[in-house]
Design a protein around this ligand. Structure first.
Ligand SMILES: C[S@@+](CC[C@H](N)C(=O)[O-])C[C@H]1O[C@@H](n2cnc3c(N)ncnc32)[C@H](O)[C@@H]1O
Length: 311
């Protein structure tokens, strides 16, 4: 199956996701990142009458979208507003703990989030500096920048953006505060950064870093991955698509640890007491050249899959 066009959103690595989920027509599946429902609708096409799909998204605009309304006409489909941290609660409510046949996570922001200036995610569009995926709670990026210590801004820019000029940018932010708009922040970064990376807007790294901090994306991912182990049935599949090395590292290490146990320091006698909880399914996959050409936003995607081992 080719990538499907959903409004302005092209779903990334759709065929690879479906293959990795190894969908059973009567199975119960969870799409943790509904977005505009590209992956969800493809899963529904493969489910039979007794199959079920629960989808969630922390962004109310995704849950209220036309695509969501359309899919909700299908009685096999359920959609909730919520984040990875609340995953267990949703699954408990449905009495499906330990019975889920597949969980997918297509991480990061959706194209509609990036494209809509009012959401404040993009340095290419002027808008209020918000960047929250869930606009019903938490600090906006503007509020976070207004309150954060210089050292905290430096830490975030370095850790989540791998920004070499974190100190200069943080200092410029402190001097310019309050910063209310994406344009204001992008211009300030452009001036603070002394050299340019080829084909990369100087604000790219900082915008990514601030977005990750505001949405606690890495904590959410770690928490969500832990929950999937508890909700999957034996033989159930976990499929995660990540978009930068920080996310991919978390996914890779998580799968490895569930497979082989925590690494033991070499000076300790090796106790092989770990019983595998997950086993990796194949190697990490990247999008095809054809997909990257059709959808440049897919270029940094990495898909990893694992299977729940019988207890
Ligand atoms: C890349 S998009 C998903 C696109 C979707 N697979 C499709 O085909 O339309 C990522 C979505 O996941 C949501 N999201 C990201 N982190 C989340 C989290 N921790 N909990 C719930 N939703 C999250 C975002 O709000 C966004 O809508």
């Amino acid at each position: 199956m080719m990538n499907e066009l959903n409004g302005s959103h092209l779903s990334v690595m759709l065929t690879e996701t479906l293959d990795a989920l190894a969908i059973r027509p009567d199975g119960f599946y969870v799409d943790c990142t509904f977005g505009r429902g590209g992956h969800s609708s493809a899963v529904l096409q493969l489910l039979g009458n007794s199959g079920r799909l629960l989808a969630m998204d922390r962004d109310a605009a995704a849950v209220d979208s036309a695509e969501a309304k359309n899919l909700l006409e299908d009685s096999r489909f359920l959609l909730v507003h919520g984040n990875f941290t609340g995953l267990m609660r949703q699954i408990e409510r449905l009495g499906m703990v330990g019975k889920v046949d597949g969980v997918m996570m297509d991480l990061g922001v959706s194209s509609p989030q990036l494209d809509e200036a009012g959401r404040g995610f993009s340095f290419l569009r002027d808008g209020p500096l918000d960047m929250r995926m869930d606009t019903s709670q938490g600090q906006t990026a503007a509020e976070w920048l207004a309150a954060a210590e210089e050292s905290e801004i430096v830490r975030v820019l370095r850790a989540y953006g791998e920004e070499r000029f974190a100190k200069r940018i943080a200092r410029a932010i402190l001097e310019a505060r309050p910063i209310e708009t994406t344009r204001q922040l992008a211009t300030l970064i452009e001036k603070a950064v002394p050299s340019r990376e080829k084909h990369k807007n100087p604000a790219t790294r900082s915008f990514q870093a601030i977005r990750i901090a505001v949405n606690r994306e890495l904590d959410e991912l770690e928490e969500g991955l832990k929950k999937t182990v508890e909700i999957l049935a034996p033989g159930g599949r976990l499929v995660v698509i990540s978009f930068h090395s920080l996310e991919d590292r978390i996914v890779k290490h998580f799968i490895r640890e569930q497979e082989r146990g925590k690494p033991v320091p070499s000076r300790l006698p090796l106790l092989n007491a770990h019983r595998p909880v997950l086993k990796a399914v194949g190697k990490a996959k990247m999008p095809s050249e054809q997909e990257v050409r059709a959808n440049p936003r897919s270029r940094s995607a990495v898909l990893r899959a694992a299977e729940r081992v019988a207890a």
